[in-house]
Design a protein around this ligand. Sequence first.
Ligand code: NAD
Ligand code: FES
Length: 268
Amino acid sequence: MFKIIEKTELAPKIVKLVIEAPQVAKKALPGQFVMVMAQEEGERIPLTIAGCDAVKGTIDIVFMEIGKTTVLLGKMREGDFVPTLLLGTPSRIEKFGTVVCIGGGVGVTAVYPVAMGLKKAGNLVIGIVGARKKELVIFEKEMKSATIALKIGTDDGSYGIKGFVTDILKEMLEVGTHIDLVYAVGPLPMMRAVSNLTKPYGIKTLVSLNPIMVDATGMCGACRVTVGGVTRLCCVEGPDFDGHLVDFDELAKRQKSYLKEEKEIMNM
Ligand code: NAD
Ligand code: FES
């Protein structure tokens, strides 16, 4: 059990928790996630680590209150304890050259540690951040610190460029911007659209997937995704996969498996 030492509402229904977890903070690498429970007997959900301070012994997690567990987590207060388990394979941090890091909505919180790691590894990191509207733009300061240029877009045009992250990426590709790698985290339709855009250009594209997880130990198969025709387990082999090889149609269907049950629980 780990103690919540800080709680901040970054935007409506988007909560950041700073959790005292020295062992996790010491070991965590960019791209890894923690399994978090809001109740001892409750569902476990994967949340990507959004920040980590090995000296203070803390990790940051950010989530949107959309399901039963995230709503319960959002009700937790500073001083409460939350079970947390470090999992996942870290992102590949090496020198690629010019890397475009794309964060859609809350996904930007998962992109930030990777963007910072890539910057430290000597890459030229360009950031693209998208949100539905101005008040949902989060981690702008953090992403500015990790990038040489940051482009922000909102769906309604209330802040930055009007349009999706893919509109910004498309323009960069069309003017011939040299890109060695794209790293994208956000809603599935966004990661699929980013992968479809970069494929004809042959630009390596990594996406961070967060399918439904149950045991998170590679035993139950709940988190399976098909990548290049091969079944992969996201909890132990992910969360990063080659976006050009992911079967997004299958994943989207699997993500909807428990929508009815989730709605029923939310209405109880
Ligand atoms: P959202 O639906 O508000 O979308 C955010 C942005 O993504 C949009 O502003 C737009 O720029 C882009 N986008 C959305 N749909 C698109 C499409 N069809 N084509 C191109 N671009 C599109 O995002 P949200 O409600 O904040 O949800 C964030 C998502 O990120 C959640 O689904 C969450 O599960 C996921 N996430 C994943 C991880 C991870 O580690 N894999 C971590 C955090 C969040
Ligand atoms: Fe069970 Fe990954 S969550 S195998």
